[in-house]
Design a protein around this ligand. Sequence first.
Ligand code: PBG
Length: 324
Amino acid sequence: MADFKRHRRLRNSPVMRSFVKETILKTDDLVYPLFVVEGDNDRNEVSSMPGVFQISLDHLDKEIDELLSLGIPSVLLFGVPLDKDETGSGAYDQEGIVQKAIRQIKQKTSDLLIIADTCLCEYTSHGHCGVIHNGDVDNDASLPLHVKTAISQAEAGADIIAPSNMMDGFVAEIRKGLDEAGFENVPVMSYAVKYASAFYGPFRDAADSTPQFGDRKTYQMDPANRLEAMREAQSDIEEGADFLIVKPALSYMDIIRDVRNSHQVPVVAYNVSGEYSMVKAASINGWIDEKAIVLEKLTSMKRAGADIIITYFAKDVAKWLREE
Ligand code: PBG
């Protein structure tokens, strides 16, 4: 008898491999980000994100039909307004683009969970996620605007509020605001652990939200830090977060695992724009097998501890999983 372990015993046929498979990626786990743009008859492909479109409301019903037919359970909404101002007032306008989109989707279906991204950067003339005082984002002055945004999204019918602004106290204040407005049953999916990442570059083309000066390093986290991620996740849980997002995903698998091990709420991995664009570019060049790479990446995010994955590949994945 050999004095070594025969690991290959459990790999010797497709049915055996499937029998011992530890991680299963499902369409049910996916969230599809959607960019809704003000104006008519627009379906603009984002140049740095082939296959991703900014769509106007007259194209929205068709888009929703497609997602429903693919069995995708959830969308994450971002608004691209025509006008911006210093305080991002389009974000909390009851007639704002996201509020309209939410009402339109709700009128059509209750089978899709609508997650509203709660941030100001797409709506501010300076592109930052709050109001500016003395050249920096003023934390406490920005909070009431995020609260107003969240309440207006809940009033429009959002099922989940996802604040991505990284102000201190945003979960506590938004939770309090939602409760006081009668939305105690609307959960908060916090972008708890959000790094100041170069992987957001293509998104800023899609959402037209590039900061006009400086960067986001005074509010988003340093990619070098791990303990800081634990502190951010902990405080958001204490403040009432129902879900914790780790963002980006691919370069932060260790953080996904740490958050999974330390908290009992669903963990969400955001497979961000730059992660999408890299795969797309290589695949358009014929350098990689797109389907195999994407399924491997997303399965790895689940193995790392993610329960839910936000991804621009959601439609492709739903189709591929159906083929399997
Ligand atoms: C808004 C927001 C951003 C992303 C999601 N919400 C951009 C940013 O923080 O600059 C990035 C998503 C992606 O890259 O796919 N604050």
